[in-house]
Structure formats: C-alpha cells, structure tokens
Design a protein around this ligand. Sequence first.
Ligand code: KIV
Ligand code: NA
Length: 288
Amino acid sequence: VRSKTLTDVLSKHASREPISVITAYDYISGSWAQAANCDVILVGDSLAMCALGYESTTEISLEEFRFHVQSVCRSPGEAFIVVDIPFGSFESSIEKGVETAISLMRCSPKVGALKLEVGSHKPGAYNPDYSLKLAAELCSRGIPVMGHIGLTPQRVHSLGGYKVQGNRSAQQAAAIFETARELQKLGCFSLLVECVPHKVSQYITETLNIPTIGIGAGSGTSGQVLVQSDILGMLPGRIPKLAQKYTDLHTQSVDALKHYVSDVTMHKFPENDKNGFKIKEDVWREFL
Ligand code: KIV
Ligand code: NA
C-alpha cells in the first residue's frame, strides 16, 4: 500500500478535518496504529519511558532509537510516519544535527518527517535558541520538520519539571505564541503543542496556517496525539490527566498470562489432540 504523504496530511487540514496521531514503538504497536487507520504515526522518544523502562527520554541513544524507528516502519499500512529527534543527538552543532536528521530519514523510506523539540534558553520569555536555528537548517535542506512547543520533555530540567507551559504569565504565553509563529515562518509544516492552556493553543491554531497537533492542549487544535501505552493502558498505574485510557491492556494481558501459567502448572496446556502433532502408527511401531 502507498503511504500517506505530507500533502495528504496538509490537505486533510485544509478541509478542516481533525488529524489523528498515535505513537508507536515497534512493529506490533505500529501495526495496531496502522490498523486503526490513524493519519500519522509518531515514533516518539516517549518510547524510552513507555517501552524501554527508562526514567527519562534523555536516556535513549540515537542507535537504540533508530532500531525502533525501523521496526515501526515495517508495519503495514498507510500512515504518514513522523520521527522524533532524540536528546543528545543534535545539540552539539548544526552539522551534527543535520547528520542525525539524515540518519533518521534514512532509517526507512517510510519516514516522512522529523519532530524537533524547540524552546527558549530562558523559559518564560521569548529567547529563541539553537533549536530554532536547527529547525530552519533542516527545513532549508528539504527535511520536513514538525516543531514541538510548550512542554518539551527533553528540557525537563530547564523547565523545572513536567509542568503546564504558558499559564503563569502573559509573557510566558506570548513566548510560546512567538515561537510558534517563528517556526511557521522558518518552514515547519506543522506544530506539536504539548501541555498548553487550551485558549493559548486555540489562539495559535487560529492565527497560524499550519496544522497544530495537540496533547494536553485542548480541543481547539487541528489534530490530537496520544501516547499509545496511555490509550491502551499498557502499563500499570495512573496515566497523565491529558490522556485517556480506552482499555486496560495491562490487566487483560496479565490475566491472560496468569491463565496460561496456571494451565501449564495444572497440566491443562497443551492438549495433544488440539496443540500437538501426530506420528504415523507404522512409523511409530518401527521406531519402537
Ligand atoms: O515522544 C512522544 O510520544 C511525544 C508526545 C508529545 C506525543 O513527543
Ligand atoms: Na517526544
């Protein structure tokens, strides 16, 4: 099947239809997202925490991340695939950032665009930093870039934690808006807006022309993204307020696995007639 192109995604936005985005981490989760007919699959670096058990997205290496991108890209389906640029793989120089971006695009011909977290070196005010420069450099080299604004988890330390952004002062909200406007100007095809008051993200969406994809940004964005492990309840425990659990896969899975363990323990599985393989009577007699 032919994958959706950037043009397909943008024309959906032009016709004011909401864009659906789901994260995926491997072939299985990619195949599930594809089968659900989402418009876009995001191979987010949240995979570090949601699929690999790291404490922070800053821990995953580019090499590990590329391995997962490749497996998601093997999932069959039409979704447009966007890939994160992980922490530590682009900050040292523009050259390094461009090389990393190329290596991510080259994971698979199905990688359609990259996502870059951008921000200010003084959070709370508009101080465009290196990341905006890199976004511009990537766009100027023909690599489609989705700018990620608001709460940018790779900057958890400079932001002082995983907090809502743009709700504490007018200046803070204005900084996010200015960043959004600048990213559109320098060529980003879309923005991911994370944990921003819904009034601010709606204002950004109405003011800009490019589609905004929200997570914890309310209903006024051009599309929505959620982390697949939150949607499916893959991990035990609470999910963030911004998400919604549509099923409890963790409980269902553990129950099913317990059932199997108990069947093995009680000699109920396997059943020779159902799960086993026969040998012809004459072959068996000869063997004996
Ligand atoms: O890595 C990720 O999953 C993200 C979220 C904002 C969807 O970037
Ligand atoms: Na991410």
